[in-house]
Design a protein around this ligand. Structure first.
Ligand code: NIG
Ligand code: FE
Length: 425
């Protein structure tokens, strides 16, 4: 990907989110804002950040593409650390069934839900999945996302899991957004394995996981640890082998039923445990102690009409909370960052500052990249967004509407609403 030289000057404020690791508890409140700030990016990397007065004394504007950010706030690009953006088909009717009272897990048990996306993903060609994946990332970019995590899990067999991961690799090579790939082969139990869940875990663990490792197609391994899907014991077995093969670990944990996924994430030293709507007090305490990121996905709770995860409680217990969209064709078909801000602040009792930390430096930590992205710090990637408004307070205040005017990725302007058509540059 291209790397650029840009000087963003005279911003009303630069919200640096400064830091090189996850922020837990009260630290999430501190955004480290520089009023009247400027940012210099050279060869795609942040070279300097500080007061405009000082930056303009030290750096010669004529050597850079200059963006005047007068009256605008500048922030790090958002990191959407939990999505399933590569999939075939849609499940729009399912949404309507749920409105009539049919339950999400019942739909899956009857062979719909995730299993219906599995059928459609098996049928889709690599090219079809690639084109739809690229389009979804275009939409995310317009919301200010500069790094996204994407999961497989709509294959449930070697061939289709590998196909999904290869699509993500190609998207990563060709789209401005960076893609971090996660292997989620243990996402659901295929019909032919009903009642033989252990055999399916053996297959995923012994036959699929080593191939994905060998081909270096994923950084993380994840599992849907849930009642009637995979037990804590099956999850432990699968993820332990994944760790041995060099994967970092994530879990879909305690989403519908309190099963002990949060506790397991701490036991295994997972990078993050995600969903956590039903996480126990002990699970939250264990995660805080072991530094497991709590990745909360309020769009999913909203879409499934479940109670929200206890974001306020988790932060008060010292957890580092990340927020993500969980974009997927079933439980949460949205890539809307403004929606996530609204739900986190209005319903999960998170402050605006905490929500921003959760989508920047803590999102970066949830993909184990807090040393290179997630904040405006010297030496990090030049991934920066410029809002149409002078302060970060406008992000949740402008309900449901994106406040992002420009997106800069590796020092290159890749999205600019001001150019009129809202398309990629
Ligand atoms: O994170 N909970 C399991 N997996 C996804 C949903 C996938 C789907 O419904 O297609 C989630 O919500
Ligand atoms: Fe998910």
């Amino acid at each position: 990907m291209k790397k650029g030289n840009i000087l963003i000057k005279s911003a009303a404020e630069v919200v640096t989110c400064s830091g090189f690791k996850a922020k837990g508890g009260a630290e999430m409140q501190d955004l480290k804002v520089i009023p009247n700030g400027s940012v210099v990016i050279e060869d795609g990397v942040i070279k300097a950040v500080g007061l405009t007065e000082e930056i303009l004394k030290q750096y010669d504007e004529s050597k850079y593409e200059v963006i005047d950010a007068t009256g605008k706030a500048v922030l790090p690009g958002f990191v959407d650390s939990h999505t399933h953006f590569v999939f075939g088909g849609y499940r729009a009717e399912e949404f309507s069934w749920r409105l009539k009272g049919v339950n999400y897990m019942e739909i899956m048990e009857r062979g719909g839900g995730i299993l219906s996306s599995v059928r459609a993903t098996k049928e889709a060609s690599h090219e079809e999945l690639y084109q739809s994946g690229m389009k979804r990332l275009d939409s995310m970019l317009a919301f200010g996302v500069t790094t996204v995590e994407g999961k497989s899990g709509y294959g449930l067999d070697l061939e289709t899991e590998v196909k999904q991961l290869e699509v993500m690799k190609q998207v990563n090579e060709n789209h401005p957004i960076d893609v971090i790939s996660t292997f989620l082969g243990a996402h659901a139990v295929p019909m032919e394995y009903k009642g033989k869940e252990d055999d399916f875990i053996d297959y995923m663990t012994d036959e699929v996981l080593p191939v994905v490792a060998e081909k270096q197609l994923a950084t993380f391994c994840d599992i849907f640890c849930e009642k009637k899907v995979f037990s804590v014991e099956q999850s432990r077995r699968h993820l332990t082998k994944a760790k041995e093969l060099g994967f970092k670990i994530k879990l879909h944990a305690d989403e519908i039923v309190q099963l002990g996924g949060a506790e397991l994430s701490a036991e295994l030293g997972a990078v993050s445990a995600d969903h956590l709507l039903q996480a126990s007090d002990q699970g939250v305490a264990d995660m805080a102690e072991k530094g497991v990121i709590a990745t909360l996905l309020p769009g999913t709770a909203f879409s499934l009409k479940e109670d929200f995860a206890r974001g306020r409680y988790m932060i008060d217990q010292g957890c580092a909370v990340a927020l993500a969209t969980d974009l997927n064709p079933g439980s949460c078909f949205t890539e809307s960052i403004p929606l996530i801000f609204s739900l986190a602040t209005l319903y999960m009792k998170m402050t605006t500052e905490e929500a921003i930390t959760a989508l920047t430096i803590n999102g970066a930590a949830a993909v184990d990249q807090a040393d290179t992205i997630g904040s405006i710090d010297v030496g990090k990637k030049g991934d920066v967004i410029i809002l149409e408004f002078p302060s970060y307070h406008f992000i949740p205040y402008h309900i449901g509407v994106s406040t992002v005017e420009k997106v800069i990725k590796n020092g290159v302007l890749v999205f600019d609403k001001e150019r009129g058509d809202g398309k990629l540059c």
